[in-house]
Ligand binder design. Structure first.
Ligand code: ADP
Ligand code: MG
Length: 386
């Protein structure tokens, strides 16, 4: 079976199929286009199942929630002896170490003890985390157990060691993006060239473009209101991730504490509402949206100067509660017209511009949702989901 590509004119209408799958504590969504003769066959469903199976496989390896995962094993043993792990887990740790050093430690998958200390692990079955403010002593003690520089990786032996007791790897900042890349590889292997795969509301990877469209339109959400959609971005063979302070947080004494930490201070990041990154892979954009959330606009701008091909929008918390998005990176490559701002519900929203005076790309940041598209009139649609 050859799934249709979107290059050139279509001699026949295409069908849009959607599939969903629960994994990594969220819902994965797959949208793909196929030819009518594929409709009703088990083949497309089989491809979707195979794509979701690699997501499950990754989750089984890297979840901190699964007691039998490889990461749970590493977390339990690596301080005492080199803990064995599969080559892809070793490669993931090495990739995380690379991002750690390139972001001056802003992205650090050894944040596990901090996530724990501030009470975010306990919230698994609850709508909001049971947060707590740690004492200075506990914070200092925990910070001593954080730092990718205290993780040794022996690639040849496939083993990981921690320098300190109590260290914990946590791939919450990168796992979903990597899962999307792996699932997209399965689709490509089966000849799928037109698909969008998203993990919850924070990451999406797209292949090709929907029929007769310029690309996949992805909704951009207002960080203050998940129902408000202020803009869209157009994606083609790209990934997009967003990190938001609204995703997981707790409130104490009128102050909000979010789930993204500055690993150097051990404290939840303050002053950022959301960061959206468009780049080449889900693994890259997922890691970098978390990293840039910690780094803020100036350090992100410096990063993007030495790492071309990224489009980033940071939305710092405005003093008056307004939205002042800061575009950084290669927006001029995106071929996107500056969007109108009239639909902003924030009267004091003003278009921010990067140093490079690029066109203002986005009013605000993102709630990932491929917008249903059936751009050719009369084209039939089908959904595997009721
Ligand atoms: P989402 O889960 O909404 O996609 P992110 O990708 O931004 O959010 O990841 C946030 C998660 O990453 C946190 O819940 C935590 O597990 C982990 N984390 C928090 N701070 C950092 C950091 N500085 N570096 C790496 N991972 C982090
Ligand atoms: Mg992330």
């Amino acid at each position: 079976m050859g799934l249709a590509t979107c290059s050139g004119a279509f001699a026949e209408p295409l069908l849009r199929r959607t599939f969903t799958h629960e994994a990594m504590g969220t819902e994965f969504n797959l949208t793909l286009y196929s030819r009518p003769e594929d409709k009703g066959t088990d083949e497309i469903r089989g491809i979707a199942d195979e794509a979701f199976a690699v997501v499950d496989d990754l989750e089984n390896k890297i979840s901190v929630w699964r007691l039998d995962s490889q990461v749970a094993y590493i977390n339990k043993h690596a301080a005492r002896e080199p803990a064995k792990a599969a080559p892809d887990v070793i490669d993931l740790i090495l990739y995380c170490r690379k991002v750690y050093s390139e972001t001056d430690g802003a992205f650090d998958v050894t944040v596990g003890p901090l996530v724990n200390l501030w009470g975010f692990y306990r919230s698994q079955d609850e709508s909001s985390p049971q947060g707590q403010l740690p004492s200075d002593e506990a914070l200092a003690d925990t910070c001593a157990k954080v730092g990718m520089d205290k993780v040794a990786v022996d690639r040849d032996k496939g083993a990981v060691s921690f320098a300190r007791d109590g260290m914990l790897l946590d791939f919450g900042g990168i796992g979903k993006g990597l899962a999307l890349d792996r699932a997209a590889e399965v689709l490509k292997r089966h000849g799928v060239t037109t698909a969008a795969l998203s993990a919850g509301t924070s990451s999406i990877v797209v292949l090709g473009t929907p029929p007769a469209a310029a690309g996949w339109r992805v909704r951009v959400r207002d960080p203050y209101d998940d129902r408000a959609s202020l803009d869209e971005v157009i994606l083609r063979d790209e990934a997009l991730s967003t990190s938001g302070s609204y995703e997981k947080f707790f409130e104490l004494g009128g102050k909000k504490y979010c789930h993204i930490f500055d690993p150097r201070t051990g404290r939840p990041v303050e002053g950022m509402l959301s960061v959206t990154v468009i780049g080449r892979s889900g693994m890259e954009t997922d890691a970098l949206s978390t990293a840039f959330f910690v780094m803020g606009a100036e350090k992100t701008r410096a990063y993007c100067k030495t790492h071309p091909g990224l489009r980033v929008t940071l939305v710092p918390a405005g003093e008056k509660g307004g939205l002042h998005p800061v575009p950084v990176g290669d927006w001029d490559q995106a071929g996107k017209e500056p969007p109108p701002l009239e639909n902003s519900r924030h009267p004091d929203s003003t278009p921010a511009r990067g140093d490079d005076a690029q066109p203002f790309p986005l009013p605000v940041t993102v709630r990932v949702n491929p917008i249903s598209q059936c751009p050719c009139p009369g084209r039939p649609e089908e959904s595997a989901r009721p």
